[in-house]
Design a binder for this molecule. Structure first.
Ligand SMILES: [Zn+2]
Length: 80
């Protein structure tokens, strides 16, 4: 496998969607020899982790709004 075909498989590999053990093995064998592609895999993993944390941060405000809404409802029940 050369860098060109390794690049094609990179995203699928990071997503755990690289089908076929022979393809995975060829890809991993290339990584063993190629520092550039190894770095690319590490970078893709970082980007993926970053996106994941950003998505979680986007979900958080909605949770907060719900909690505030709940507190308002509760205060209305207890209020005069
Ligand atoms: Zn390479």
């Amino acid at each position: 496998m050369n860098c060109r075909s390794a690049e094609q498989y990179l995203a699928a590999y990071v997503d755990g969607e690289l089908k076929g053990w022979w393809r995975r093995r060829a890809f991993l064998k290339h990584l063993e020899k190629c520092a550039a592609c190894k770095r690319s895999v590490a970078m893709h993993r970082q980007i993926k982790a970053l996106l994941k944390s950003k998505v979680q941060r986007l979900v958080a405000p909605e949770e907060l709004v719900n909690r505030i809404r709940q507190r308002i409802d509760e205060s209305q029940v207890v209020g005069p």
